[in-house]
Design a protein around this ligand. Structure first.
Ligand code: MTE
Length: 303
């Protein structure tokens, strides 16, 4: 897989490479042998500011993946059983080339890049994750989006033998999510296949999961098996579970509190005794990049 950088993000958004490489070496050569250049980028913060990625251990041991249980450590404990090879993604609906795409074939057609994004859960905790992956737009282009398509629907695998959580009706399985087509085609929207230069661990959504950095984390659906282009807004799991608390858009917004807690600040995961709270940024700090997508909408409408 060749490395490409599209330069969609500005120079000052690129994380200090030396600091990041240093960090990776400290991690025991996590990126060794992967053949990726270090081109981390995190958008949406002031010039000169760098995003310090969270520790690999925090990113991979403090998770939400209800198919494996509702505890933060359940995914790391139980997701090891998930069979991710072979894997395929069924792409259908309003596309020119519907079909079942083998994960290997998708990877061959895509260019893997590395991006460092803020990640903000609706539960008011956050991390900074160095993802590897490709732009969702490239995958959708491969399938050929037909004119008239307005939304993209996503679906996670349901494997009761391997996912202990789906034996309980915690959510209406399969986990489903959706984006407006322009959100899906935005260059910040990616399909992640790795973290810190290694294959993405099962608990983080192997072998491929969505990452939409300006939305609450639950929009970033894991272990995707189905993508459907439609002209109607698709149902989404958390909205189905509690429409009053979780909207379709779910853009990060410090000015719009969750009915049961404030969204004005967030707890930075990791750091132990030094764990801190920081102010939450509008659109998670990506307002410059994606604010125009919501120019015609009110605060309440992007809930
Ligand atoms: N995708 C599926 N299929 N099932 C889930 O339970 N949890 C969501 C999201 N994607 C979830 C999911 C939530 S609430 C969050 S915050 C993120 O995954 C957590 O991603 P992480 O564990 O990689 O930090």
């Amino acid at each position: 897989m060749a490395l490409r950088w599209k330069n969609t993000l500005k120079d000052h958004h690129v994380t200090d490479e030396a600091a990041f490489l240093n960090r990776r070496q400290l991690m025991g050569g996590a990126a060794a042998g992967v053949g990726l250049a270090s081109m981390g980028a995190g958008a949406g913060f002031a010039a000169g500011e760098t995003l310090e990625p969270s520790a690999y251990e925090d990113i991979t041991q403090y998770n939400n993946f209800y198919e494996f249980g509702t505890g933060k450590d359940d995914p790391a404990r139980y997701a090891g059983d998930l069979t991710t090879k072979p894997w395929s993604v069924e792409i259908g609906g309003m596309v020119d080339k519907p079909g079942r795409y083998a994960f290997e074939d998708i990877l061959k057609a895509m260019t893997i890049e590395e991006r460092i994004y803020r990640f903000r859960c609706v539960e008011a905790w956050s991390m900074v994750v160095p993802w590897n992956g490709f732009e969702l737009a490239d995958l959708l282009d491969m399938a050929g989006v037909q004119s008239g398509a307005k939304y993209v629907a996503f679906e996670t695998a349901v494997l009761p033998d391997e996912m202990p959580g789906v034996r309980f009706p915690v959510l209406d399985w399969p986990y489903v999510e959706g984006l407006r087509l322009d959100e899906a085609m935005h260059p910040l929207t990616m399909m992640a296949t790795g973290i810190y230069g290694k294959d993405i661990p099962n608990q983080n959504g192997a072998p491929l999961r969505l990452v939409v950095p300006w939305k609450y984390g639950f929009k970033s659906i894991k272990s995707i098996v189905k993508i459907t282009l439609t002209d109607t807004q698709p149902p989404t799991s958390w909205n189905k579970a509690n429409a009053r608390e979780y909207g379709f858009y779910s853009n990060v917004n410090p000015e719009l509190d969750h009915p049961r807690w404030s969204q004005a600040s967030e707890r930075v995961v990791g750091g132990g005794l030094f764990a801190k709270r920081i102010p939450t940024l509008k659109l998670n700090g990506y307002e410059e990049e994606v604010g125009s997508l919501y120019a015609d909408m009110t605060l309440q409408e992007t809930f």
